[in-house]
Design a protein around this ligand. Structure first.
Ligand code: GBH
Length: 495
């Protein structure tokens, strides 16, 4: 399960091919970036402070989770089966055969989780709603017990004075909709519109900020393009079709939200990468543009500009995706804020010397690596935020996810000494502070994650939380990084 294959070839619009395993020893970066590429705070030994920065009082400090990764209770109170239930129950798909059947049991322990968020001084709490809790089959009336759970969660958050940021879809499609064709099936956009309607009609009075999709650029690709995520299909044509259906669904949901609650804000969280051409060659620069077009812009340009990015969206491709006349008018909606998930930069290059359109990517290899193997390189975060801001000039930006996996466990005294995580957040928040200082309208930072949870195909082998979860007992223990974040959230002072 090599997540590095992400879009290794897809930007070419061609069928999958073998990914080259080039290593990145001497990195010939784009012109002008060689000297002085690393700012001060990137002398990145754990404990080395970044440039100090005082975030404003109004800045929201938060964390993020997702339903399937934390809730468990996969059959409780009339919940239907999702594609993740099915996939995780299929032999050979997930590391250690781990499932989300129990996960962190947040379905039963949400009060404790929100109390911990309060202890962390959080003012923002991003979580997602499980579609099959609301509609077991993906269609029809809402399940009152499913709604009731989320009403209780929202109540609890409001009592604690924490702003909820609610994701409508973090990857758990009702299995019966997959059986009807899933995201490549255009009807799914209509089913999603109905679901979004149920959410805003029933929960709209408790929610001011919606996140429609989580990482549409990832779940379409990994779920339908490579098959390493649910529902496990590996079909280029299905993948590309699914991207268009998701864009339609995003617009339908946006309109449903505005119709029911005009004051509410809505967007979708896209995982963006700082995309860097491996060399200065024309071929590598063109490859970078194509990759970026998919990775960063494929679900934002259609909404905000009414078109697919031209670097990739040829007429043939759009036709094969099932784009009909009139679709782009439907798809264009003024998403209210920019929601960015950020993990890595991507070093991009042309896959063949012979001038085909194939794109390949590799990880940056200059910074230390987290346990997922992802490079720690805060400057990429700064670059990406400023680029995205320049492209869309949004009224506001929220960082909806950013974080790192390290496997630290409690010592005999119950202390979890995860200095590397604190160092990671110091570095990335230094980059964020720098962007903020330069006038980028960032209003919130939601760290991934509140607590260790089910890391999809990686099962429970990757820990991203401020809170350690013992998956045998479900006991929660605040890590040292959590105590550090607690102070930051209280003062806004990065030092
Ligand atoms: C997010 O996705 C998810 O929203 C969240 O549920 C998850 O738990 C969290 O991050 C941590 O993984 O090496 O070039 O192929 C992860 C976003 C984007 C990260 C693609 C891995 C692979 C890039 N992913 N990336 S590459």
């Amino acid at each position: 399960m090599d997540r590095r294959k992400f879009l290794g070839v897809s930007a070419a619009g061609l069928a999958a091919t073998v990914i080259s395993k080039t290593t990145l020893n001497a990195l010939p970066l784009v012109a002008g970036s060689e000297g002085g590429f690393q700012p001060d705070y990137l002398s990145f030994a754990p404990g080395v402070p970044p440039e100090p920065y005082q975030f404003p009082k109004s800045f929201m400090w938060g964390s993020a989770t997702a339903a399937y990764q934390v809730e468990g209770a996969w059959k409780a109170d009339g919940k239907g089966e999702s594609i993740w239930d099915r996939y995780a129950h299929t032999v050979g798909k997930i590391k250690g055969a781990a499932t989300g059947d129990v996960a962190c049991d947040s379905y039963n322990r949400y009060r404790e989780d929100i109390a911990l968020a309060k202890q962390l001084n959080l003012t923002s709490y991003r979580f997602s709603i499980s579609w099959p809790r609301i509609q077991a089959n993906g269609t029809g009336p809402a399940n009152p017990k499913g709604l009731d759970y989320y009403k209780r969660v929202l109540n609890e958050l409001h009592k604690a004075n924490i702003r909820p940021l609610v994701t409508m879809y973090h990857w758990d499609l009702p299995q019966p909709l997959e059986d009807k064709g899933g995201w490549p099936n255009r009807d799914t956009a209509g089913y999603f519109a109905d679901y979004a309607n149920l959410l805003v009609k029933n929960l709209g009075d408790q929610v001011d900020t919606w996140c429609i999709f989580n990482e549409p650029n990832i779940f379409t690709w990994l779920g339908y393009g490579t098959g390493i995520h649910a529902p496990g299909r590996a079909d280029w044509a299905d993948f590309m079709k699914s991207t268009h259906v998701v864009n339609l669904a995003q617009a339908h949901a946006f309109r449903a939200i505005k119709a029911a609650t005009p004051r509410a804000e809505a967007s979708s969280a896209v995982t963006m990468a700082d995309c860097i051409a491996r060399t200065n060659s024309e071929a590598d620069k063109a490859a970078t543009e194509r990759y970026e077009a998919y990775r960063n812009y494929w679900f934002l340009d259609p909404a905000l500009k009414g078109e697919y990015p031209k670097a990739l969206g040829s007429d043939e491709l759009l036709q094969s995706m099932g784009v009909r006349s009139g679709d782009m008018e439907i798809i264009k909606v003024p998403l209210d804020y920019l929601a960015i998930n950020y993990y890595q930069r991507s070093i991009c290059f042309a896959a063949d010397a012979n001038g085909s359109a194939k794109v390949d990517t590799q990880e940056g290899d200059q910074g230390p690596k987290t346990e997922m193997g992802w490079e720690v390189w805060p400057e990429g975060f700064y670059n990406l935020i400023t680029q995205a801001n320049a492209r869309y000039k949004p009224k506001a930006i929220e960082i909806t996810e950013n974080g790192c996996s390290y496997g630290d466990v409690p010592d005999e005294k119950g202390v979890v000494p995860d200095e590397r995580r604190t160092a990671f957040f110091r570095g990335y928040l230094g980059a964020l502070g720098k962007a903020h200082k330069h006038g980028v309208p960032i209003r919130a930072y939601n760290a991934w994650s509140l607590m260790d949870n089910y890391e999809w195909s990686e099962g429970y082998s990757q820990r991203f939380g401020f809170i350690f979860v013992d998956f045998r007992t479900l006991k929660r223990t605040m890590k040292e990084s959590g105590k550090w974040y607690e102070q930051l959230a209280a003062t806004g002072k990065l030092s």
